[in-house]
Design a protein around this ligand. Structure first.
Ligand SMILES: [Zn+2]
Length: 192
């Protein structure tokens, strides 16, 4: 951030009085611009023994597969955001079951909230942010072509739970080390 969104003057980075972290501060109007984590809401859309994935048409990670998910909008609930993203990216209508995987990705200040969801019909298609949308069984999942470590983690949990027939809420983290490992492997595969 370079300029104040309130008054347009330059901002500086500093630790405000009574605070302990650096913030963007506008000395002209006195506004302190706090930045907080973003919430990514999405679904694990299930039809029979298959899960719906989207091949990304947009950066980052164009051409890699993901579960439908995206940033929440203001004045929206998390489950509505997850259903909306599923409709926009995969043109699929889903019945949201419950919050299924919550992942803190501290290194990039994002919180993933993935909901388990049923697809009443096997109807789907590529929205503007997707190149392709397809249903995959466990042995068809393109594990080497997944877009993000959060997506891999969610899918691993899902197929483990599927064997037990129980889908409890999982609260977990994707660490910086997890991310480095994931993207190193992905690029090795990609350049092979
Ligand atoms: Zn200002």
């Amino acid at each position: 951030m370079n300029f104040c969104s309130e008054c347009g003057q330059s901002v500086r980075v500093g630790i405000p009085d009574d605070d302990n972290r650096p913030r963007h501060i506008c000395d002209n109007c006195g506004t302190i611009h706090y930045q907080n984590p973003k919430i990514v809401a999405g679904t694990v859309p299930v039809y029979g023994d298959k899960v719906l994935l989207c091949k990304r048409a947009i950066e980052p990670r164009v051409g890699y597969w993901t579960l439908p998910a995206g940033f929440m909008e203001n004045e929206e609930s998390t489950d509505a955001a997850a259903a909306r993203e599923t409709w926009e990216e995969a043109n699929a209508k889903v019945d949201i079951k419950h919050l299924y995987v919550l992942i803190d990705t501290i290194a990039i200040s994002q919180v993933y909230m993935m909901f388990l969801a049923d697809m009443p019909e096997p109807e789907y298609g590529a929205g503007p942010e997707s190149l392709e949308v397809e249903l995959f069984s466990e042995d068809e999942i393109p594990w080497d072509e997944l877009a993000f470590p959060t997506i891999e983690k969610t899918l691993r949990l899902y197929f483990e739970d599927r064997k037990k027939g129980e889908y409890p809420l999982h609260q977990c983290q994707v660490t910086k080390e997890d991310r480095d490992r994931f993207f190193a492997q992905a690029s090795a595969v990609n350049h092979a």
